[in-house]
Design a binder for this molecule. Structure first.
Ligand code: PBG
Ligand code: ZN
Length: 321
């Protein structure tokens, strides 16, 4: 008789035949850096996540380094916003200064720089606006300029999340022209217009002041279109791509993994994190078990890289195991 249970008899046996594993070195931890001094602001909807000012960042970075996490995905929150997001591409903007601080003090950590205007614009949209229309082609030079300033500050990877068409090509060209031929692009290629970004917009002060992002982020119903977006970004020069959010989109991750041979990152976003934390705080679920199960599911679907707010907790659990 075929007995599947033969290979389930002990933890040692189960570990031997395990098909999917999680490690700290494939995880990226998103961080929020805010203008000002001596700030460590808790984010109500994301328990355990804080906004830090640059002078308090070390507290966090020491933990990330000790945990063996691959790197950080950085989001800057400027003191001033305007129509055109000037602080996004200012050589001494909050994000550029934070990147310099990390690379000077923690050279072994990978710094992934998110490229988008929404944290820096007064209207909170990811591109320039004309009335209630979000402009595509006019936004591209600003994203390209922002990418160059982030690379100059020391970013190891450029990650455009704006969802304007043609941005990967525009950014690749600008990086190449400015001496950054070897800086890879991790494109948020399949980024859906999702309700799961709510807590992030509190953390990054990036909620749109009018309308929503449905004219540039993807419709949640579309899987084949996601594959076209990814194919297009690869053609424009993406070295890796992101599927975002994670859990409700694992079918997209799996289909993409079968079709393309580039590394895939999944972004386990703020709303997914908030749901797990809330249920755990109520005592309704076993947090560690649920988080590990969720992350394993992402890897099983085909993810190479996990971008997750759970990274510090997971690294700690892995060490205990
Ligand atoms: C900005 C950006 C967003 C996220 C990452 N980059 C928010 C958005 O598009 O509204 C979401 C991350 C999260 O929810 O954890 N373009
Ligand atoms: Zn944005």
């Amino acid at each position: 008789m075929r007995r599947f249970r033969r290979l389930r008899g002990s933890e040692a046996m189960r570990k031997l035949v395990r098909e999917t594993r999680i490690s700290a070195e494939e995880m990226i931890y998103p961080i929020f850096i805010i203008e000002g001094e001596n700030i460590k602001n808790p984010i109500a909807s994301m328990p355990g996540v804080y906004q830090y000012s640059i002078d308090r960042m070390d507290e966090l970075l020491e933990k990330v380094k000790a945990a063996g996490i691959a790197g950080v995905l950085i989001f800057g929150i400027p003191a001033e916003k305007d129509e055109v997001g000037s602080q996004a591409y200012h050589p001494n903007g909050i994000t550029q200064r934070a990147i310099r601080h990390i690379k000077e003090n923690y050279p072994e950590l990978l710094v992934i720089a998110d490229v988008c205007l929404c944290e820096y614009t007064s209207h909170g949209h990811c591109g320039l606006v004309d009335g209630c229309h979000i402009l595509n082609d006019e936004t591209l030079p600003l994203l390209a300029k922002m990418s160059v300033t982030l690379a100059e500050a020391g970013a190891d990877i450029i990650a455009p999340s704006d969802m304007m068409d043609g941005r990967v090509g525009a950014i690749r060209e600008a990086l190449d022209e400015n001496g950054f031929k070897n800086i890879p692009i991790m494109a948020y290629s399949a980024k859906f217009a999702s309700g799961y970004y709510g807590p992030f917009r509190d953390a990054a002060h990036s909620a749109p002041q009018f309308g929503d992002r449905r004219s540039y982020q993807m419709d949640v119903a579309n899987k084949r279109e996601a594959l076209r977006e990814i194919a297009d970004d690869i053609e424009e020069g993406a070295d890796m791509y992101i599927v975002k959010p994670a859990l409700a989109y694992l079918d997209v991750v799996e289909a993409a993994a079968q079709r393309f041979d580039l590394p895939i990152a999944v972004y386990n976003v703020s709303g997914e994190y908030a749901m797990v934390k809330a249920a755990a705080q109520m005592g309704w679920i076993d947090e560690k078990r649920i988080v590990m199960e969720n992350l394993i599911a992402m890897k099983r679907a085909g993810a190479t890289i996990l971008i997750t707010y759970h990274a510090l907790d997971v690294a700690k659990w892995l060490k205990e195991a």
